[in-house]
Design a protein around this ligand. Structure first.
Ligand code: CU
Length: 150
């Protein structure tokens, strides 16, 4: 009788122990991930203030990937900060597409399906600027977007 009791107690405790250990591991893992993602990109966060942010803005090139298809840009809105150096990589998902911001004199030449084109510039003028595809009737069909320099 006593042995039976002891065994069943041990069996009951084991799953509990496993659950506790698993819980600690999961919580630890989540905490670790949160800590990592929290510190992963300090340079672009406003939490870093003053001089260090300006240095980061002056030195880093911000990569923005843009997909072009019939008839859209994804994303259709890009937000950057005044003074940021921007590198836009346009990838055509079908047909052929280009990228133009007339007001800033920015252009990625016609890019065929599956290929990519790149343009680099410094967003030194605050404002909202339309970008569009100049191929055929793509712009009229809605292949436009907005660059917001804030
Ligand atoms: Cu197009």
């Amino acid at each position: 009788m006593e042995e039976d009791n002891n065994q069943s107690t041990a069996v009951k405790q084991n799953p509990l122990m496993i659950a506790v250990v698993a819980g600690v591991l999961i919580l630890g893992g989540i905490g670790f991930l949160l800590t990592r993602s929290g510190s992963g990109r300090p340079a672009s966060e406003p939490a870093v203030e003053g001089v260090s942010e300006e240095v980061a803005l002056a030195q880093e090139v911000r990569d923005i990937s843009l997909e072009a298809g019939s008839f859209f840009f994804a994303p259709s809105e890009i937000r950057v900060k005044t003074g940021e150096k921007i590198r836009i990589t346009l990838t055509a998902k079908d047909l052929m597409h280009d990228f133009n911001i007339d007001a800033l004199g920015i252009k990625i030449p016609v890019t065929k399906s599956g290929e990519s084109g790149v343009v680099e510039f410094t967003a030194d003028t605050p404002g909202e600027f339309e970008y569009y595809c100049s191929v055929g009737q793509h712009r009229a069909n809605g292949q436009v977007g907005k660059l917001i320099v804030e």
